[in-house]
Ligand binder design. Structure first.
Ligand code: TMP
Ligand code: ASP
Length: 256
């Protein structure tokens, strides 16, 4: 693990001071939480897999011109990213009803939505990431109108691109969560995609069997979490021959 100054520790990642100004090292832990950290666990190797999956996806998003914080992967669990000021709004895009929307609105899980639904949540562990309207974002000044428009626009582009990417490997992209940040370049402040994109923050269903290949395996006590994450990585062509448990053990020894 990096010996640098720790800036922030979240539920699944730690941020350390980066080697250059305006950079940060993002370290992926094996910790898993659900239901606003009411449920906690460790999934050995998750950090390694999510670091690689997120690297791959952010790289593909850069290729199609979606600005994001990813610079390069540094190690099995670390990546170098641009330092941003995180906008405290989580953007959720849904293609098929699942999870909280089913509970909130009484919709049957698996119902396809006629077009992608974009929802906003206030990023607050204290209040359990409540769903909010655009009006709340403006009234409480969490983001301005231009930033909301950019986040909405990028979220739909990410959805189009990732829906196709996953469809190509036999996976339905049911929903996912994005976070954006403000990146300061001299006088300019630009809105860029931040955080991570991995099976922790997406719902991914196998197209043929409907099997869940994401964090719902942990949330719902289905078991086989790491096999599912590894299957997603394998289909994306990432770490095809790696023994993740062995890598994670080796890394844990190095970090201790
Ligand atoms: P939800 O059904 O719980 O609202 O979640 C929708 C999607 O967003 C799901 O793929 C999980 C992801 N998500 C997170 O990754 N972190 C969060 O804090 C929330 C609320 C959702
Ligand atoms: N990441 C959130 C938590 O740990 C919500 C979730 O993914 O279920 O509580």
């Amino acid at each position: 693990m990096s010996r640098r100054n720790k800036l922030y520790e979240g539920k699944a990642k730690i941020l350390f001071e980066g080697p250059e100004p305006n950079t940060i090292i993002q370290y992926f832990k094996d910790d898993a939480t659900a239901f606003n950290a009411e449920k906690k666990g460790t999934l050995t190797g998750k950090g390694v897999i999510n670091n690689h999956i997120s690297e791959y996806i952010f790289g593909r998003l850069s290729d199609i011109g979606i600005p994001n914080h990813f610079i390069k992967r540094l190690s099995m669990r670390e990546q170098l990213i641009k330092a941003v000021e995180i906008i405290p709004v989580e953007i959720i895009v849904r293609n098929i009803a699942a999870g909280s929307i089913c509970k909130r609105l009484g919709i049957e899980e698996g119902t396809p939505l006629p077009h992608p639904l974009v929802e906003y949540c206030y990023k607050s562990d204290e209040f359990g990431d409540p769903v909010i309207a655009e009006e709340h974002i403006l009234v409480f000044d969490w983001a301005n109108e231009i930033e909301i428009e950019e986040m909405h626009h990028y979220a739909l582009r990410v959805n189009d691109f990732l829906s196709g990417l996953f469809a190509g490997i036999g996976i339905k992209l049911v929903d996912f969560k994005l976070e954006f940040g403000r990146y300061y370049e001299g006088e300019d402040c630009i809105t860029i995609l931040a955080d991570e994109i991995s099976p922790d923050g997406c719902r991914l269903w196998d197209m043929e069997t409907g099997e869940k290949l994401d964090k719902d395996r942990f949330r719902r006590d289905l078991g086989g979490e790491m096999e599912a994450y590894q299957e997603v990585a394998k289909r994306l062509g990432i770490l095809p021959n790696a023994d993740i448990t062995e890598i994670a053990d080796h890394q844990a020894k190095k970090d201790s």
